[in-house]
Design a protein around this ligand. Structure first.
Ligand SMILES: [Cu+2]
Length: 207
């Protein structure tokens, strides 16, 4: 079964590599340990990254820290990515009563809609989208609209488009993010909004 050395593309092993010393006894292969150490190092890095990833997926995102809630004069800039088919980030963290400038980006291949609001807002846009959905797949889509007093915020985007909207965060509503394009919620386009209480200390530092 053993092939002749000439047909082997690998370099011919030396005495040291084969471990055969002058005495015939097997000696430690010191030079061959280097790749082992390198591989072990890579595995430590890989395992560490996996552990960090596992930690982050289970725990609330540690990066969301809001030092200064937005104001009407200085809205806090935030970004929502719409992917096929989810909102990123989720949860989307807002502070009650603050004003934010939400830049919505359609990072997917499909058109998407972001409706941010309470259950009444979601129901209104759900009905409007269902009514505006054309009967044939390639028919022109009529614009969807709701009554002006519905509230919330709604952005409709095609692939690669973005839009920034100013949003005054309510104090006492259960907010959600939804895409009411038929079939999209079923595929995951529903995002949780974490509404944090407004800080009790004023901007001057006085209670
Ligand atoms: Cu969608």
């Amino acid at each position: 079964m053993s092939e002749p050395p000439s047909s082997d593309p690998r370099p011919t092993p030396t005495d040291q590599e084969t471990g055969a010393g002058p005495s015939g006894a097997v000696e430690p292969r010191r030079p061959s340990l280097a790749p082992v150490v390198v591989v072990a190092g890579f595995m430590v890095v890989a395992i560490t990254l996996v552990l960090i990833g596992a930690q982050r997926s289970g725990a609330p995102p540690p990066s969301v820290r809001i030092d200064r809630p937005g104001t009407p004069a200085s809205p806090r800039p935030v970004v929502i990515l719409m992917r096929d088919f989810l909102f990123d980030p989720t949860p989307f963290v807002l502070v009650a009563g603050e004003t934010v400038a939400i830049t919505v980006i359609d990072a997917g291949l499909e058109p998407h809609e972001m409706v941010l609001g309470d259950a009444a807002v979601q129901a209104a846009w759900s009905a409007a989208n269902a009514a505006a959905t054309p009967p044939a797949p390639f028919a022109t889509r009529p614009p969807a609209s709701v009554a002006p007093d519905v509230g919330g915020v709604r952005v409709w985007l095609d692939q690669g488009q973005s839009e920034t909207v100013i949003y005054e965060v309510p104090v006492d509503q259960e907010l959600q993010l939804m895409c009411h394009i038929p079939g999209h919620i079923e595929q995951g386009m529903i995002g949780r909004v974490e509404l944090r209480p407004a800080p009790e200390v004023g901007p001057s530092g006085a209670p």
